[in-house]
Write a protein that binds this ligand. Sequence first.
Ligand code: PEP
Ligand code: MN
Length: 338
Amino acid sequence: MIIVLKREAPPETAQQILDLIASKGLKPLHMPGVERVVLGALGDERVLAELALDSHPMVESLKPILAPYKLVSREMHPHDTVVRFGKTAIGGRGFSVIAGPCAVETRDQMLNTCSAAKKAGAHGIRAGAYKPRTSPYAFQGHGVEGLEILRETGDKLDMPVVTEVMETSDVETVAAYADMLQIGARNMQNFSLLKAVGKCGKPVLLKRGMAARVEDLLLAAEYLLAEGNEQVILCERGIRTFETAMRNTLDLNAIPYIKQKTHLPVLVDPSHGTGIRDLVIPMALAAAACGADGILVEVHENPAVAWSDGAQSLYPEGFERLMEALDPVVKAVGRELR
Ligand code: PEP
Ligand code: MN
């Protein structure tokens, strides 16, 4: 429920109503604006009715939040959220490009790949130290040693880094090394991980599960916000459909839809979304055209010898071409690469 107070409402009234909301076991929210104060109450709507706020002399209007997700919804927060990522920011008028290999392999592979990405214009680095692999025999990532290499690469190039955390018990460690924590598609509904990451104090990149509806994604994001973390970015990375020609079906319908429903920034991952190198540039341009706030893209100094996801990783020359092609598309939709 959104509670709009009258212009003349004194500050004590806001506090009294917030206390009343809390006394009923509901979550009170205080959203002071320039014009007037807006309050929120999250929880069982029947208990809210008992408060009879519609007859309170200082309440101007009450508006139920119809969506099942609340903190994430635009009804609650009409303006775009901008998420900090190191010294850069994601969302708003900018279009951000986060690039890097699927996995941290070696110091040289990271430095060569990421310096090429930086030279071509990338704003941040991605690379996994903990890899969720379909096969238990595939490379699982270097763990803490991978985090160290990732941090070292980011510091050398003065770029922020994002990396996946798979286990609740690793959240603190990953947060100590990374500028942003990624929750992968396979963990989108790992609710204990969501709660732990919601408390970690670092921005979060939440990827859509491969069989998750948009509403499931938004409710997963609600877990993070409900724990107090508002620095959340969503990522469309393709879903499983009857189509098997490509690794996934990149659901670009979801981008303008999600942007209508939530204030959180949305990135597109055209690498996992297609699984095929030649499709990455066209789908990245399509992502920019349909309103995404940026892309997360796999690049490798030599994809032919990559330890994971080589088939969908761009060569550094391909990444350079992508950045050149993106610029006019991003400008055409009224944004800028940053
Ligand atoms: C990744 O970004 O490296 C990754 C594993 O992605 P997803 O969780 O989308 O499969
Ligand atoms: Mn990958």
